[in-house]
Design a protein around this ligand. Structure first.
Ligand SMILES: Nc1ncnc2c1ncn2[C@@H]1O[C@H](COP(=O)(O)OP(=O)(O)OP(=O)(O)O)[C@@H](O)[C@H]1O
Ligand SMILES: [Mg+2]
Length: 467
């Protein structure tokens, strides 16, 4: 259910639009009589789309658009005008309007335009989230028996509405599996909403999941939809579900049983239409035994379980994965495509990847790409594999040497000089920050506390990193 704000100084017009949007489009509406009231409503209510009259006495539609743009708001605005002046419409679009209509357009067209705008907003949100989640867009690579079995299970579970629990070690590909469950389901055109249960402060978890009404608690200055509502017609991915606070676990269980949610501070229940997929790298049975996870919730979630095997149990997949990750990394760094010498693949395949599975392989390959000058990555670059990790450990915990399982089999590395360690650590810090910020240079520079974006570009050039 979407909420549409109608801003028009003529009460009859507002009411007509509100009535027809409800009747023809099934939308909820709020109305405002002028630009200022409209901006107030926008700040207060979870508005999904605005319909705006350009001609209003006092501060008109253009003033509304300017302020909307200045605030960096992303809610789509559709403007309409009675004068039929094309120039005014163009001006509005330049000020960030999503689209325009003439007042005499049939209401069906208006509803259609609103639906398009809603779809656009949803896609924009999703693309943003996709860009943020690193490497999500890669398909699930692997032809080992274990991976084939997993893909087959995904195909079976994707179409059904029941919750699915994904278990697997860190970096093994749980998020990718959750995406695939969504992409192969009939909900694929709906949103895929991720909540990282480990990343939320305890006091905000329930609001994040279920939403809240304005004034529900101190600081709740506007009504907010929760993840369950945002995931309507789509999939709600509860990542690291093992970290969910126990109080929130109880609420989640009730939601899964009743299929309705109540925003915090609200009286009315809202039907839930989100498919729940949960993932954890914890042993939930042990969590239950230690009273950190509710047994009844586990029983609700573990009707369908997908186990993502650790990479060391499917080393057959390493060559394919390595090639795939190499192509992706070269494309990302914008350099020449490179390839592996066969001895490199052999050595990668002999490693046990016990620490971070495919993510660890991905990081090693990034380092290999950076460490190699030519088009072929040879064993000569391999010390970077081992030493890079040693260096990162040394940077995190000075004075400690890396654990023996860090070393690739058959390889002993010479210790790094201080300068080399510093370079490796800097590269890692920069890459991680770039990833976190979706390779947005200015944001990354400001997160790292650099003076400006050109300082960051300078460091990137030194490491051979390209946007
Ligand atoms: N089978 C695979 N094919 C291609 N890429 C993969 C595969 N498995 C994992 N990856 C990549 O490895 C990285 C880690 O995967 P993902 O984030 O899905 O792991 P995870 O199990 O969710 O890890 P964590 O427990 O740390 O959250 C991602 O960049 C992902 O794209
Ligand atoms: Mg994950």
């Amino acid at each position: 259910m979407s909420l549409i704000l109608i801003v028009d100084d003529v009460a009859a017009m507002r009411q007509q639009y509100a009535y027809d949007l409800k009747r023809l489009g099934g939308h909820e509406t709020v109305t405002a009589a002028d630009a200022d009231e409209g901006l107030d409503v926008l700040a207060r209510e979870p508005v999904d789309c605005v319909i705006l009259d350009l001609e209003m006495p006092g501060r008109d539609g253009f003033a509304f658009l300017r302020e909307h743009q200045q605030k960096g708001l992303t809610v789509p605005v559709i403007v309409y005008t009675g004068t039929g002046s094309y120039d005014r419409c163009v001006r509005a679009v330049k000020l960030g309007a999503y689209g325009f209509l003439a007042k005499e357009e049939p209401l069906e067209r208006v509803v259609q335009e609103v639906d398009n705008a809603l779809q656009w907003a949803r896609l924009t949100r999703e693309v943003k989230q996709l860009r943020r989640s690193v490497g999500h867009d890669s398909p699930l690579i692997g032809e080992s028996t274990a991976m084939r079995a997993l893909k087959e299970q995904i195909g079976r579970l994707a179409p059904i509405p029941s919750p699915v629990l994904i278990l697997g070690e860190s970096g093994s590909g749980k998020e990718l599996v959750a995406r695939l469950l969504h992409d192969e389901s009939t909900r694929r055109h709906g949103p895929f909403v991720t909540v990282n249960c480990a990343a939320l402060p305890d006091n905000l978890t329930e609001s994040e999941l279920f939403g809240h009404e304005r004034g529900a608690f101190t600081g709740a200055d506007r009504t907010r939809r929760g993840a369950f509502e945002n995931a309507a017609h789509g999939t709600l991915f509860l990542d690291e579900v093992g970290e969910l606070p126990v109080a929130a676990q109880a609420k989640l269980l009730r939601v899964l049983e009743a299929n309705t949610i109540t925003r915090i501070g609200a009286a009315r229940e809202i039907a839930v239409d989100a498919r729940v997929v949960a993932a954890t790298n914890r042993d939930l049975d042990a969590e239950v035994a230690g009273s950190r996870f509710r047994e009844d919730l586990l029983f609700r979630l573990n009707v369908h379980v997908l186990r993502v095997p650790p990479l060391r149990e499917r080393l057959d997949d390493v060559p394919l994965l390595a090639e795939h990750l190499l192509t992706a990394t070269c494309a990302k760094f914008g350099g020449h495509p490179k390839r592996f010498a066969s001895e490199v693949i052999a050595q990668l395949t002999a490693h046990d990847w016990a620490r971070n599975n495919v993510r660890e392989l991905r990081n090693v390959i990034e380092r290999l790409v950076i460490a190699s000058d030519g088009d072929v990555i040879t064993l000569a670059a391999m010390p970077a594999l081992v030493d890079g990790r040693t260096a990162s450990k040394a940077a995190a915990a000075p004075g400690r040497t890396a654990a023996p399982d860090n070393a690739a089999p058959g390889h002993t590395a010479a210790p790094l000089t201080l300068k080399e360690s510093k370079t490796a650590a800097e590269l890692q810090i920069i890459l991680a920050a770039l990833e976190r910020n979706g390779w947005h240079i200015t944001n990354t520079a400001s997160e790292l506390g650099l003076a400006d974006h050109s300082s960051l570009l300078k460091i990137m050039r030194r490491h051979g990193l390209k946007r």
